[in-house]
Design a protein around this ligand. Structure first.
Ligand SMILES: NC(=O)c1ccc[n+]([C@@H]2O[C@H](COP(=O)([O-])OP(=O)(O)OC[C@H]3O[C@@H](n4cnc5c(N)ncnc54)[C@H](O)[C@@H]3O)[C@@H](O)[C@H]2O)c1
Length: 258
């Protein structure tokens, strides 16, 4: 039986670990060929090698997605080795969580370079291929920080709000060309970046339990649960879903805290 992403050629940024790696696995299981574009060449290559060992088509192209020239080279390598990209998952991101008045200009620039500019650079370089192909799908990893604010996390939510703006603007620009652009807004997901955050607290285990209890299901999400949502938005099953933001947070952002 054909997979839900049969014969798609997908670039997934930051897929060396976490949500990106889980997405790469789900994509190949659904019939796609994937390019893992991670700044960490070691984890990128090891994720690709595991997928190849399981019989799937996956390549790693070490890429700092905040560098437009590096993105151009990565897309050229994709075209050369697998063919023109049909699908882009803008997943790579860094958490820059600061007190606003302690933030340096370099930290501000790094946050926007990795969390926002990169999504534009990758979109900019794949869109001509999608236009030539007669369609395509872009999925941007935003966050619940794209519409909620947690004090002390500045300026990450500013960049994530802008990811929704980028998603909606490009979605409308290219809708008539059969190119869909959507966002996913995960809540707390148990990946390394979240574990690293808990480890900044004096009692990481207590912080983990506190986080679980903030969520209506009394747990947080898994990378695989986000990957399933990315598969849906990237697939033809979501053919009329455009400029949307799919929240994957167990309902936490709807919960009213008394
Ligand atoms: N984990 C969560 O709780 C959570 C919640 C909301 C949104 N998100 C979003 O989901 C996405 C993935 O999150 P995650 O938890 O898997 O993160 P992660 O930190 O586990 O993985 C991020 C990956 O991106 C790569 N990366 C970082 N900078 C890069 C760069 N300049 N170029 C290329 N690759 C780079 C890293 O090497 C890493 O492999 C991010 O956009 C994040 O903001 C995560």
């Amino acid at each position: 039986m054909a997979g839900r992403l049969q014969d798609k050629i997908a670039i997934i940024t930051g897929a060396g670990r976490g949500i990106g790696a889980a997405t790469a696995r789900r994509f190949v299981e659904e019939g796609a060929k994937v390019v893992i574009a991670d700044v960490n060449g070691e984890t990128g290559e090891s994720t690709a090698a595991q997928l190849r060992a399981d019989g799937y088509t996956a390549i790693a192209v070490q890429t700092d997605v905040s560098d437009h020239d590096a993105v151009r080279r990565m897309v050229a390598a994709t075209v050369e080795q697998l063919g023109p990209p049909t699908t882009l998952v803008n997943n790579a991101s860094v958490n820059v969580f600061r007190d606003p008045l302690k933030l340096t200009d370099e930290e501000w620039r790094r946050c926007f370079a990795v969390d926002l500019d990169s999504m534009w650079y990758c979109s900019r370089e794949v869109l001509p291929y999608m236009l030539a192909n007669g369609g395509g799908s872009i999925v941007n990893l935003a966050s619940v920080h794209a519409f909620n604010i947690i004090p002390g996390c500045f300026p990450y939510p500013v960049a994530k709000h802008a990811v929704i703006g980028l998603t909606r603007a490009l979605a409308i620009e290219y809708a008539a060309n059969n190119i869909r652009v959507n966002a996913i807004c995960p809540g707390y997901i148990e990946t390394q970046i979240t574990i690293d955050y808990w480890n900044t607290h004096p009692d990481p285990e207590a912080q983990r339990l506190y986080t679980y209890n903030l969520h209506p299901p009394k747990r947080i999400g898994t990378a695989e649960e986000v990957a399933a949502a990315v598969v849906f938005l990237a697939s033809d099953e979501a053919a009329f879903v455009n400029a949307a933001c799919l929240v994957v947070d167990g309902g936490r952002s709807v919960l009213y805290h008394e």
